[in-house]
Design a protein around this ligand. Sequence first.
Ligand SMILES: O=c1[nH]c(=O)c2nc[nH]c2[nH]1
Ligand SMILES: [Zn+2]
Length: 508
Amino acid sequence: MCSTSKTSKLAYCIKGTFVHSTDSSPMEILQDHIMGVNSNGKIEFFENARKQVELAKKWRFSESDIRELGSHEFCMPGMVDTHIHASQYSFSGTALDLSLLDWLDKYTFPTERKYKEAEFAKTIYSSIVRRTLRNGTTTACYFATIYTDSSLLLAEIANNYGQRAFVGKVCMDINNCAANYKETTDESIAETERFIKEFLERKYCRVKPIITPRFAVSCSEELLQELGELAKIHGTHIQSHISEAVGEVESVKTLFPNYKHYTDVYDKSKLLTDKTVMAHGCYLSDEELAIFRERGAAISHCPNSNISLCSGHLDVRKVLKHKVKIGLGTDVAGGYCSSMLDAIRRAIDTSKVLYIQYELGISMINNALLGQSVPGRYDSTVYKMGQKIDCSFLHTGSSHSNQQTMPTSKTFSIQKEKYTALSYKEAFRLATLGGSQALNIDDVTGNFQIGKEFDAILVSPCVPGGPFDVFADDTFEDVVQKFLNLGDDRNIKGVYVAGQQVVPLPNA
Ligand SMILES: O=c1[nH]c(=O)c2nc[nH]c2[nH]1
Ligand SMILES: [Zn+2]
């Protein structure tokens, strides 16, 4: 049950270094600060420690109420995994040899079918909730399976461990529904209604239901529209997949010939709202991103999955340019790692790959061939798939040019735009504040703004047998960067959700 009192007392203070993001800065490092957390789990004050005496008088705390961090230790906001399949955790780290649609048929659907069994579900769901919490994921947006009862069990487990979460019962009624892993349209709608009703009766404080059409390839027009209605009636969040892989985009064109594009399919079903998070979006056009922006819908960037299933790359810069909300997701088990630290690293890697491609001109050529606009072009032509273009303006005389493979019947002029890869600070913001914005919970969590709930990780960079070393010359920025690039759960000494310490785990 969710209980918050109108009057709140100070519960405890933390003193030391805090690292977080704001709208104006991807990373602020605030050394020698003191934070007060109240009995409702909210941040009551956050000030320079110079003000400790004054604050102690006002809030009536003594030295013994303060938890003082060690010299290299710091607190950062808990990470927000905006897209993770709890039900796929059992095979994470395996089965990465196929592309999306075949991967779903061969590995994913047969595994998800097992969640009809409550005992099996309980084992895997407990493991993923424990694992993600240990890795510092304070908020997770989960896909479960088509089975209502075991999806409700995932919600109960997340609630029991104190994780903030969205949990979705998956809906799918057409195609790619391997034998015994499908529902009729009516079943899917009725079970989603039951899921929401029983979920809301449990009155969890920080675990919420989310409407979950798997993706347009496995949902009929009728199901999508009914789910859009249900989301409207109950005011629930919505999650799905969009434009992840070329084969999937092509299937959607065939299945929904009367729609302008993939985004239009969801938009016409009222599934794009300011409480929607869509995973991937690698192949969204400028026009589609403009619709996302208008609706306030968000994208979950899942770089590990995009690389592991050879789906494509999301251009985060392009999404940010369109002012579309964006967070990071692990997308277990298309993504093989359940740690958001991995999502940060892969997001940077992907961005660097795009930088290399831009430098070589490859990305521009690929975009042109996919019928999308070409960044920095002078003309306004949108080149169609397979259209012949002359790429000789790129790398004239360079051995890196792929002009040999390009037909040369049409010429267009292009000015190369400068492309900047994501910095580790920007990736840190995506994993924390960005994720909370994507899930539309940034009024509650995502950074250390006064009044938000204290969702945080206590990081201890120097642990015996830890994954990296800190040297005397390292600045605090270096230490933070080392943790983001090299750290793991050995460095995560404590995890807090709404002021409650949830890691170390019970029975760890
Ligand atoms: O990465 C993905 N994982 C899935 O389970 C899935 N289903 C549809 N599209 C998907 N993409
Ligand atoms: Zn997914």
